[in-house]
Write a protein that binds this ligand. Structure first.
Ligand SMILES: *[C@@H]1O[C@H](CO)[C@@H](O)[C@H](O)[C@H]1NC(C)=O
Ligand SMILES: *[C@@H]1O[C@H](CO)[C@@H](O)[C@H](O)[C@H]1NC(C)=O
Ligand SMILES: *[C@@H]1O[C@H](CO)[C@@H](O)[C@H](O)[C@H]1NC(C)=O
Ligand SMILES: *[C@@H]1O[C@H](CO)[C@@H](O)[C@H](O)[C@H]1NC(C)=O
Ligand SMILES: *[C@@H]1O[C@H](CO)[C@@H](O)[C@H](O)[C@H]1NC(C)=O
Ligand SMILES: *[C@@H]1O[C@H](CO)[C@@H](O)[C@H](O)[C@H]1NC(C)=O
Ligand SMILES: *[C@@H]1O[C@H](CO)[C@@H](O)[C@H](O)[C@H]1NC(C)=O
Ligand SMILES: *[C@@H]1O[C@H](CO)[C@@H](O)[C@H](O)[C@H]1NC(C)=O
Ligand SMILES: *[C@@H]1O[C@H](CO)[C@@H](O)[C@H](O)[C@H]1NC(C)=O
Length: 847
């Protein structure tokens, strides 16, 4: 009893502490590094509520000039636009400011320039070039052909060392200058590493290593927000002048105090003033599909852009009454955004990040919103919009010169020697470090994994008996070293020699397939058993993690409809998996793109039923369900008797624990099969597999790829295309012509309905794998009884003569699939091939 009381008290105290910490984080952001410098000034300057101190008085940064010392100019001229421009520092030679950085991560670098008249130099024509240690910020800018009176630039760079150097580089005997500099810490949450790419070449991740320049920051329907009103000192301007049609928008506002920030969104993302004002559709009741609000932003077409849209539903009276599309250029960047569903309430801020380039034919970036037709009255809103330029391949935000090209002395001989020495030492240290980490990682994983998966109350594939002998041998040979997986129940351990013997030294003629993970070979073991040998590509980064996942998952699962793992080999840092051999290869190769004989309807139903059984077992066979995450026709393999087995568990995740309804995770999987709900909300449930399985069903019926970019737009995505025919009850119009007239109508109808249910927009509306299985079995039964009663009739009613059938164009994705077992994850390849049709595949509404 006493103990219980203590526990109660401790948790109460903890809760109080946590809550107060939480409250604290709502206070204004306090940057660790906060340099505000009035260059060349002799006194402190207050500007926009910030205190700028003279650069001559700072001790925590160093001003280093080559050759002549920098000149200072001060001017009490009243013509300057603001006090911050009353002084400048002028650089006749390359000069650097070096800042001590106390907290690594993103920092604002803000630069202020104004060509002071009568400073003794012609600052109007002074070329301005500024670089950081890694990035070119401005290159050869002059005020000569510039319309504004002053120049303000804001950059965000990720500082990964404990200093930041800003170098000013004057050219051919002209001076350079600057009036004021800010170097200020940015909260880590502000700019993510990932964003949704809208155009093909736009990056989706790796953003943290790039530099950004703010080009637009707009407060829709609201006033100018000055740095005083933004904890991160940003400026948000009114959007009106960028509206394509200015009557298309009407502004609205609420009291900023009513904005409810969710826990997942720190108030630093944008001040409540941004979320409290909004542009809504000017004539919201126009039921014209093309009616939208678009902002047209002139940008430099040679760069990629990071686009952040801010939303907060302050206009609706009820939940789910505002659903709209977000467009970037002519693409649907976010289809059917239902704000109240994603935020769980009204007046709750939400934002989304994209990467994109400019429109095809003009130097503008167009961002727009338009109503979703399904909702009445139609409306769309936007609260804020940020557009940041992303540094290019030479790490420049201005031109094609790199820092190395602009700071030639970096490459001088004296430095070179040190660079080489440094590189050698660095590489050596890195290799040692990586090796150590890897060992620790593996050691920890293999120790903890039996515990971590205690819930898997399933027959273990290989138990210690089968492998003890082999693993002792491997330890004796000494090559398996500390990364050996042998201590846990991971199936049979193969020696590398056995593998090379089985595959005839990885003979290319035995190659079954190639994918992101590596190559798959057919092999024959000593006892004559055929196996499929998947050899990981050591350079594949995702490899190690997926290798582990696959071994862990597969070695603990055994089912007639799951491909069995026989063993593995991790000798000599190889990552090799040995599977049972599936003689008839992937299901997809029996549908299209090959010369293999087509499967009959009954065979197709049996294959689908087999795969459904495998997935049903994954979802329900264990104490905690397993979500496959990459269900597709290349991951369903057929053995010599055409028994379907589900393969490729590299992406699998264990399902939600009992107290959760979903698993939050970064979106992975294959385009064309991706559950739109998972895509939107990044919440993974078993129903995501059900959706992908629905795509498989449609593929089996229509014998065409899930995505086929060469088809007309409305046909590209099979889910959308087949659903539109299924809804009309005319699925037979697009089905495999070979089946026409040879399929029992009731069976086809049942099949179509099952696929339709699987492809339901919302997970809750989709059946479980168990229901799918039941329905498919029923469809098979209908087919079997009918074929027992009547002979198939070529003039059967399910083909209406005179209506042409859709041409089927075999389209092979970039994954080379020769025969036999599918390769590892091929996301990367498919990404490239399919993101051209991004707008279709992110549009989950089949219409
Ligand atoms: C400028 O401000 C700093 C910090 O508030 C202060 O220490 C310093 O004395 C001030 N300098 C001048 C010249 O006013
Ligand atoms: C800078 O631009 C001027 C024209 O504005 C050009 O004449 C000059 O060559 C450029 N300098 C460099 C180093 O690119
Ligand atoms: C500067 O202003 C002139 C006239 O107002 C305009 O024609 C020109 O395009 C402007 N240039 C820039 C770079 O904005
Ligand atoms: C932007 O991306 C699209 C799609 O990848 C490409 O077709 C277009 O040429 C790109 N535009 C520019 C200006 O680079
Ligand atoms: C900055 O870069 C480092 C190293 O690349 C990375 O670990 C860190 O997450 C980045 N920080 C931000 C805020 O992007
Ligand atoms: C909102 O619209 C009204 C007229 O429609 C206009 O007078 C007002 O300036 C606008 N407010 C802002 C902040 O744009
Ligand atoms: C900005 O802050 C000032 C005072 O700091 C306040 O008077 C003003 O109303 C604020 N305006 C906006 C739009 O936030
Ligand atoms: C657009 O707005 C400007 C002022 O911002 C106004 O003069 C003009 O008449 C408006 N045009 C239309 C079509 O409403
Ligand atoms: C937005 O509306 C304009 C006409 O107002 C139309 O030309 C354009 O195609 C629409 N954009 C989208 C993405 O629907």
């Amino acid at each position: 009893m006493v103990e219980l009381e203590i526990v109660k008290w401790v948790s109460l105290v903890l809760a109080v502490v946590i809550i107060s910490m939480f409250d604290g984080s709502y206070a204004a952001f306090n940057p660790v590094d906060n340099y505000l410098i009035a260059c060349g000034s002799s006194r402190n300057v207050t500007f926009q509520g910030k205190l700028f101190v003279p650069d001559s008085q700072q001790s925590s940064f160093v001003l280093k000039s080559q050759g002549d010392t920098a000149i200072v100019t001060s001017n009490s001229n009243s013509n300057v636009p603001s006090p911050i421009f009353q002084s400048a520092r002028i650089f006749p030679a390359i000069t650097s400011y070096k800042f001590d950085i106390h907290q690594q991560g993103r920092h604002w670098v803000r630069l202020y320039f104004f060509p002071l008249p009568n400073s003794g130099n012609d600052l109007e024509s002074a070329p301005i070039t500024v670089v950081t240690d890694k990035f070119v910020l401005i290159n050869n800018f002059t005020f000569k052909n510039y319309n504004g009176s002053y120049l303000f630039k804001e950059y965000s760079v990720n500082v990964t060392s404990d200093t930041l150097t800003l170098s000013f580089i004057p050219f051919n005997n002209l001076v350079s200058f600057v009036n004021a500099i800010e170097v200020v810490s940015v909260p880590d949450e502000l700019i993510p590493d990932q964003a949704l790419p809208v155009s093909q070449s736009a990056p989706s991740h790796g953003l943290s290593a790039l530099a950004f320049e703010t080009v637009y920051r707009l407060n829709m329907g609201g006033p100018l927000i000055t740095p005083q009103n933004d904890t991160l000192g940003r400026i948000w301007e009114n959007d009106a002048k960028y509206l394509h049609v200015n009557s298309s928008a009407v502004n609205m506002s609420v009291n900023p105090a009513t904005i409810k920030y969710p826990q997942s969104l720190v108030p630093e993302i944008a001040p409540n003033w941004v979320y409290a004002t909004v542009d809504t559709m000017g004539d919201a009741n126009v039921a014209n599909l093309n009616f939208n609000m678009t902002w047209v932003l002139p940008v430099d077409p040679n760069y990629m852009y990071f686009v952040r849209v801010h939303f907060c539903d302050i206009v609706s009276k009820a939940m789910n009454s505002l659903v709209f599309n977000v467009y970037i250029n002519s693409d649907i960047a976010f289809p059917s955004l239902d704000l109240s569903t994603v935020t769980g309430g009204l007046g709750v801020p939400y934002y989304k990040d994209f990467t994109s380039n400019t429109t095809m034919d003009s130097d503008t970036l167009n961002v727009g919103v338009g109503p979703d037709t399904a909702i009445d009255p139609p409306n769309a809103i936007m609260n804020g919009l940020e557009v940041l330029k992303i540094s290019n391949d030479v790490r420049s935000l201005d031109g094609l010169s790199s820092v190395e090209g602009l700071l030639p002395e970096l490459a001088s001989k004296k430095h070179k020697v040190w660079i080489i020495v440094g590189l050698v030492v660095g590489c050596f240290t890195a290799v040692v470090f990586i090796a150590l980490c890897y060992c620790c990682f593996i050691a920890r994983r293999s120790k903890s994994s039996p515990q971590g998966h205690a819930w898997l109350a399933l027959p273990l594939y290989g138990n210690s008996q089968t492998m003890t002998k082999n693993s002792t041998i491997s330890q004796k040979s000494g090559t398996a070293s500390c990364i050996s997986l042998a201590s846990s129940n991971f199936g049979r351990f193969f020696m590398f020699q056995e593998i090379t013997d089985a595959t005839n030294k990885f003979d290319e003629s035995l190659l079954l397939g190639v994918g992101g993970f590596g190559r798959v070979y057919k092999g024959t073991l000593d006892d004559g058993t055929n196996v499929a040998v998947k050899r990981g590509n050591p350079r594949s980064e995702q490899g190690i993690a997926e290798f582990r996942t696959e071994i862990e998952m597969l070695s603990k699962l055994r089912h007639r409809h799951l491909v069995s793992l026989i063993g593995y080999c991790d000798e000599r840092s190889e990552m090799i998996l040995v599977y049972e051999y599936m003689a008839n290869g992937p299901l997809r190769s029996h549908l299209y793109g090959t010369d293999l004989p087509p499967l009959s309807w009954k065979q197709r139903l049996e294959v689908c039923i087999g795969a459904a059984r495998g997935l049903h077992y994954l979802h329900t066979g264990a104490a905690q369900s397993i979500i496959h995450r990459d269900v597709k026709t290349t991951n369903i393999l057929l053995d010599e008797n055409y028994v379907a087995k589900v393969a490729d568990f590299g992406l699998s995740k264990t399902g939600p624990a009992l107290d959760q309804t979903h698993v939050s995770t970064a979106v992975k999987g294959s385009f064309g099969y991706l559950d739109p709900e998972y895509f939107r909300r990044q919440q993974l449930t078993e129903k995501s597999d059900v959706y992908s399985f629905g795509v498989v069903l449609m593929e089996v019926l229509c014998t065409r790829p899930a995505l086929n970019p060469v088809l007309p737009r409305e046909q590209v995505n099979i889910a959308e295309w087949a659903m539109s025919w299924q809804k009309k009850g005319m699925l037979d119009q697009i089905m495999d012509p070979i089946l026409v007239g040879k399929v029992n109508q009731a069976s086809l109808k049942k099949f179509g309905e099952t696929a339709e249910n699987c492809l339901a927009e919302y997970g809750v509306d989709r059946p479980t794998m168990g229901d799918v299985l039941w329905n498919l079995e029923y469809a098979l039964q209908l087919e079997e009884t009918s074929s027992a009663l009547t002979e198939p009739d070529d003039n059967s009613t399910n083909h209406i003569p005179g209506i042409p059938l859709t041409p089927i164009q075999p389209f092979d994705n970039s994954v080379s699939m020769i025969d036999g077992v599918t390769s590892g994850t091929d996301d990367d390849g498919e990404d490239a091939a399919t993101s051209a049709v991004f707008s279709q595949l992110v549009n989950p509404r089949g219409r």
